[in-house]
Design a protein. Sequence first.
Length: 154
Amino acid sequence: MDNKLQKTGQNSLMDNFVKTDDILNDMCGIIESSQKAAYQAVNTTLIQRNWLLGYRIAEEELGGDERSEYGLRVIKEISKKLTQRYGKGYDRSNLYHCLKFYKTFPEIVDTVCRQSNSLLSWSHYRALLQVKDHDARAWYEKEAAEQTWSVRTL
């Protein structure tokens, strides 16, 4: 049996693994690296999902009479149906945050796809949605990503 690890060039976990003489340390590194990769993958997907939900709600609003009460009615109705089907997490408040996320960060999905390593979490974006001033929000977003701020620090 060949003990050499073949590097594929398609999997950063496999490609970044370096075997040492310390099996415990190697195994801890493998576990921690895989946990980080899984978190990043889930976070990227969550952000994309929430952006797409917001996009779809916005498109429905534009297809209607463009009044805010129509948008609220859409969110109320779809929230009931999604909650029945998928459980909690799709209440009116969360769907409204998805809509606001889409409207506030219209280019985020393109950025998420290309730069998922420096991506903030959904919780970071929820906090950033509270910042009304565009320039201030952009500064906080940049600093939080570059300085790896926790949500609490942000």
